[in-house]
Design a protein. Structure first.
Lengths: 313, 306
């Protein structure tokens, strides 16, 4: 077990190395002068010359990559063009809202989507199933910001139940924090719920056909415990996998959701950086999110062995 | 039970089957386009809506539109009316015209990305699946690329270049192609185990013929299905990129950047966002329906799984 976890952690190291190499080389693959890209639009020729000297373009690519990677490992992601602050410091300042949003979304999505999928599989080919599946297709088709504006228009502007925009830090009280996160989290969770519900339904349908379910039914186990104890546990692997993979959707969606709801998180940081053409920030954010994503999928792999003791690597 | 068997059979115990007609009427099956639509409603509805969007994109100049970038500062942010069917934006441009012309961008990006990502993914996946020594390297690179959330990868690529339709297509293609490559590799690996492929190899079939004659035809169905999903997701990614200002510049109207421009006014003038949002969602929905329908029609085994 621990041997497996250790080996699995070892295999993520080359993947992370490739991510870093890829993110680093983007700057050089793209057409144009990398120094000009980093310097941004308002840079003077002197600024560009200074950055070019700093990049050390005369030295071999792999040497530069190794130096850069070594700095990244020490937490140095470079300096923002616009503010002159270290990128890692700017990311650290913005991490709380984004983390809150994603955690709340994750919880809402899992608690809504899994029962939805289970019920859809149980009531397969009835109107309940069809409603759930239509919702899933709709969730994939409506862009996240459209859902955001619709929800904000209905529940904040018209009904006035929840705040329209903004973010309150959790240290100022849990309820104000949560109240501000409900609409953004539901918005962001929409696609995610659709994805998880769909996989849950498919996975449950497969498990419900198996013999031991019929046996359980025959010996009089109640419907509820057949669905949620007997079947769900065996249907869990694809569901956990898709929860892990779907985090990519959450990360992408967070960028947009934060602009719709004026949440000062990493997404806002990214959008502002795009408008100011502040490339070091974008590079830092992409790198950080990718590492988080790799770690989450590592966690999912480790969870497999807990969920299904038959899995041995 | 035993008592019943003990007594002799009477006439009521014998059940006679209903008499069948000499010839069973064949089940009526509609033919032609109507029949196809009845058998595959998802393909019919999705394809139909998509066809309408194509016609809108193609015939945009003929649909009662005006110049989509003609500004009229005196007629800013008008609500929908007989003059401005979908209202006007903060520069006084006609939103109806912009939405009609915007169909061109979404469809070009969606189908462009679907085509290029499928093509690139197909080539990489085939190489990875057929050339054994390259598999390890290619899959590590693909794992690395797939560890970057696709929207972020597209954002990073767009931050490096100028906003234009070509660059948007390129950026989303790079973000989506690894997915296709992995799918193709998986299918190749399973096809390679098939007895008929072994037979072809044993009969001395060369690699090019093996690929084009035996592997590719069996790959077509999953790739077409995957391409429709990529098309849908590319349209959404384009609108997100344009929405956050990393996509197509406002001089070319796209559904994403019309909404981006309506963003600051959404609380007072929601119609600026409403109309492009409806068109975008409807189009993506149509493509997704088409994908689901094609999946069910082309590969019934896959349909059962998802």
């Amino acid at each position: 077990m621990f041997g497996f976890i250790f080996r699995r952690i070892l295999t993520t190291i080359p993947v992370m190395g490739f991510v870093a190499l890829f993110v680093f080389s983007l700057l050089y693959i793209a057409p144009g002068d990398p120094a000009a890209v980093i310097a941004g639009d308002q840079a003077t020729p002197e600024d560009v010359a200074k950055i070019r000297a700093g990049l050390g373009l005369d030295r071999p690519f792999l040497v530069r990559f190794a130096e850069w990677f070594f700095r990244v490992m020490q937490g140095d992601l470079g300096t923002s063009i616009f503010t002159g602050l270290p990128v890692s410091q700017m990311i650290a300042q913005r991490i709380e809202p984004t983390l809150s949003l994603m955690v709340v979304t994750l919880f809402i999505a899992i608690f809504v989507a899994i029962p939805m999928g289970v019920v859809a599989a149980w009531k397969c080919d009835t109107w309940i199933d069809r409603v759930v599946m239509s919702f899933a297709v709709l969730g994939f088709s409506v862009p996240v910001f459209v859902i955001g504006y619709l929800l904000a228009y209905a529940f904040a502007l018209q009904l006035d139940w929840l705040p329209v925009q903004g973010y309150r830090p959790i240290k100022n009280g849990v309820w104000p924090w949560f109240e501000n996160l409900i609409l953004p989290a539901v918005t962001l969770g929409f696609v995610y719920i659709a994805l998880i519900a769909r996989i849950t339904r498919a996975s449950m349908l497969e498990v419900l056909q198996q013999d031991y379910i019929r046996t359980a039914r025959a010996k009089g186990v109640s419907q509820k415990s057949i669905l949620f104890l007997h079947a769900l546990k065996n249907a869990a692997i694809p569901i956990v996998t898709v929860i892990g993979i779907g985090v990519a959707l959450l990360i992408g969606g967070a960028v947009v959701t934060e602009s719709v709801f004026a949440i000062p998180g990493l997404g806002r940081l990214t959008v502002d950086a795009i408008l100011r053409r502040d490339y070091p920030i974008i590079q830092g954010v992409v790198l950080m999110f990718s590492f988080v994503y790799v770690l989450i999928n590592l966690l999912v792999d480790v969870l497999y062995t807990l969920l299904d003791p038959r899995i041995r690597y | 039970m035993r008592d019943n068997l003990a007594r002799p059979l009477t006439e009521q115990d014998v059940v006679v089957a209903r008499e069948l007609p000499d010839i069973l009427e064949p089940k009526k099956r509609r033919s032609g386009l109507v029949g196809f639509a009845f058998r595959h409603p998802a393909i019919a509805v999705g394809g139909g809506v998509l066809l309408i969007m194509f016609l809108i994109a193609l015939l945009a100049p003929l649909l009662g539109t005006v110049d989509p970038s003609a500004i009229a500062p005196s007629k800013r942010t008008r609500a929908p009316s007989a003059d401005f069917w979908f209202g006007s934006d903060m520069l006084g441009r006609d939103i109806y015209s912009r939405v009609m012309y915007g169909a061109r961008v979404s469809l070009t990006v969606g189908f462009g990305v679907a085509f290029f990502a499928s093509l690139i993914g197909l080539v990489i996946g085939l190489v990875s699946g057929m050339v054994r020594w390259s598999d390890g390297i290619i899959m590590r690179v693909i794992d690395g690329m797939m560890s970057i959330p696709p929207i972020l990868l597209a954002i990073a690529l767009m931050a490096l270049t100028r906003g234009s339709m070509g660059n948007v297509i390129l950026a989303i293609t790079i973000a989506e192609a690894p997915r296709v490559a992995r799918l193709v590799r998986g299918v190749v690996l399973s096809l390679r185990e098939q007895p008929y492929v072994d037979a072809a190899i044993a009969a001395g079939t060369r690699m090019p013929k093996l690929i084009f004659r035996h592997i590719l035809p069996n790959m077509l169905a999953p790739i077409i299905v995957q391409a429709t999903y990529i098309c849908a997701s590319a349209m959404i990614t384009e609108s997100i990129l344009s929405f956050i200002g990393a996509g197509i510049p406002p001089s070319t109207p796209s559904w994403g950047n019309i909404m981006a421009e309506g963003r600051s006014l959404w609380q007072v003038k929601p119609f600026i966002i409403f109309f492009p949002a409806i068109f975008l969602s409807l189009t993506v929905l149509a493509v997704n329906l088409l994908g689901d329908g094609l999946r069910d029609a082309l590969d019934p085994r896959m349909a059962k799984r998802i």
